[in-house]
Design a protein around this ligand. Structure first.
Ligand SMILES: O=P(O)(O)OC[C@H]1O[C@H](OP(=O)(O)OP(=O)(O)O)[C@H](O)[C@@H]1O
Ligand SMILES: O=c1[nH]c(=O)c2nc[nH]c2[nH]1
Ligand SMILES: [Mg+2]
Length: 162
């Protein structure tokens, strides 16, 4: 996997520890916006953040929406593989979780299915930011966020040392 892309000039690697800390910060920021009927995690990137939020917010009902729109760093047509099953009433009272919004394309598809849900991500880039209700950290549009689950330890150390 290439760590450099023509459109993404900056690399922003995130460690497991940083991700855990940011996910907890997200939980605290939305803790007074519930109660929540449950979490809808957007796979696969939303799964780890959703697990941490479920622990912090004591939520046990977790559904998924399965969407894929990137091959490595290249965006293509979004494939919608599975809609959430537990959601009714336009998603009111539900918490949607993803790792990040970039162009906002994924978020727009999910918002369309659950317009009344609360949409939370850990990271946001400017183009996707208006589609998110709560996020923790904004990075510039030309930044690529590298998550620990996508990197082997050697590549990870090389990016960290750049
Ligand atoms: O705002 P956008 O431009 O739509 O990009 C953000 C989405 O892209 C990534 O998922 P991806 O499609 O790569 O699938 P994955 O979560 O399985 O890695 C990321 O996890 C978000 O879901
Ligand atoms: O790991 C990732 N980092 C990103 O910055 C990004 N943007 C869309 N999809 C992404 N996946
Ligand atoms: Mg994703």
């Amino acid at each position: 996997m290439s760590s450099h892309h023509a459109d993404t000039a900056k690399n922003f690697p995130v460690t497991w520890e940083e991700l855990h800390r940011h996910a907890k910060a997200l939980a605290w920021r939305i803790s007074d916006k519930g109660p929540w009927k449950g979490i809808v995690a957007i796979t696969r990137g939303g799964l780890v953040p959703a697990a941490i939020l479920a622990r912090e917010l004591n939520i046990r009902l977790i559904d998924t929406i399965c969407i894929s729109s990137y091959d490595h760093q290249n965006q293509r047509t979004a494939q919608n593989l599975k809609a959430p099953v537990a959601v009714e009433g336009e998603g009111e009272g539900w918490l949607i979780v993803d790792d990040l919004v970039d162009t906002g394309k994924t978020a727009a598809i999910v918002r369309n299915m659950m317009p009344k849900a609360h949409f939370a991500t850990i990271y946001a880039k400017p183009a996707g930011r208006p589609l998110v209700d709560t996020f923790i950290t904004e990075v510039s549009q030309d930044t690529w966020i590298h998550f620990p689950w996508d990197l082997n330890p050697i590549a990870y150390m090389q990016i960290r040392n750049d």
